[in-house]
Design a protein around this ligand. Structure first.
Ligand SMILES: [Zn+2]
Length: 251
């Protein structure tokens, strides 16, 4: 239940996520792993990764999709999905290759809705997925943002009362449209408008079952280097972003 996006500035491409959960879950920090390409991985226990970027500049971020229709519970759906994310980040050299892995794997294996943003340094796409229908929208400038509602997939009713998604999406848009920079992305991920509470981008759930931001990550894909900034196991407003970097290849 997250706020995610990709955005282009003159000198960098940004991919980011606030990971919000309704229960406290301790997560491991980022690791450098090797697939076909070297990549920075944010691991999910028992599964693949929930966020990552590789040395070719392919980055991935994702969010649960709230829809009205209920789908049969599949215990290992989260593991399967995050392994597909890892396959993409470990092996794709371009957005085109990432899309081929993503659409092929999802349509074959995944039986629940999901929403993924993938980017290389030049182009980004958002994939709105249900087993019945899918949509892809691409951007080469500006930004792509999502909270937990589909915005382009037609005929898939979203949960009507998802006020939090609506408010977080509108606030993210307002802030990122104003300026696209690392400082602005971090500022947006720490933003408390409409809160601090369930409805702010930096989420502070107060009651049982309300969502709190537990991890925040921003990948900055530059010409020669890739920096990932992260705040782990607390709200991003409660600590400084730490940094991990890899050298860029293949530009
Ligand atoms: Zn906060």
């Amino acid at each position: 239940m997250c706020t995610i996006g990709a955005a282009f500035s003159l000198n960098a491409t940004y991919v980011f996520k606030n990971r919000d959960l309704s229960q406290k879950v301790l997560m491991d920090g980022p690791e450098i792993r090797e697939g076909k390409h070297k990549y920075i991985a944010f691991p999910r226990p028992g599964g693949g990764i929930w966020f990552g970027v590789n040395e070719m500049g392919v980055g991935l971020t994702a969010s649960d999709a709230h829809v009205t229709k209920s789908y049969p519970v599949e215990k290992d759906a989260g593991d399967k999905i995050t392994r597909i994310y890892e396959d993409i980040v470990g092996n794709a050299s371009t957005l085109k290759e990432a899309e081929e892995i993503m659409t092929g794997s999802f349509e074959k294996m995944i039986k629940v809705p999901d929403m993924v943003i993938v980017t290389d340094s030049r182009k980004a796409c958002v994939y709105e997925y249900t087993p019945e229908k899918q949509a892809i929208v691409r951007r080469v400038k500006g930004c792509l943002l999502r909270a937990n509602s589909f915005l382009v997939l037609k005929g898939v009713p979203c949960r009507k009362k998802d006020l939090s998604s609506h408010l977080r999406y509108e606030r993210a848009r307002e802030m990122i449209f104003k300026r696209i920079s690392l400082a602005q992305v971090k500022k947006m991920l720490r933003d408390h408008k409409n809160g601090p509470g369930e409805n702010s981008i930096c989420r502070h759930g107060k009651k049982e079952g309300e969502y709190t931001t537990q991890y925040s990550a921003v990948a900055e894909i530059k010409k020669r280097v890739i920096n990932v900034y992260y705040v782990g196991n607390k709200n991003p407003c409660m600590g400084e972003y730490e940094k991990i970097r890899i050298r860029r290849r293949g530009h």
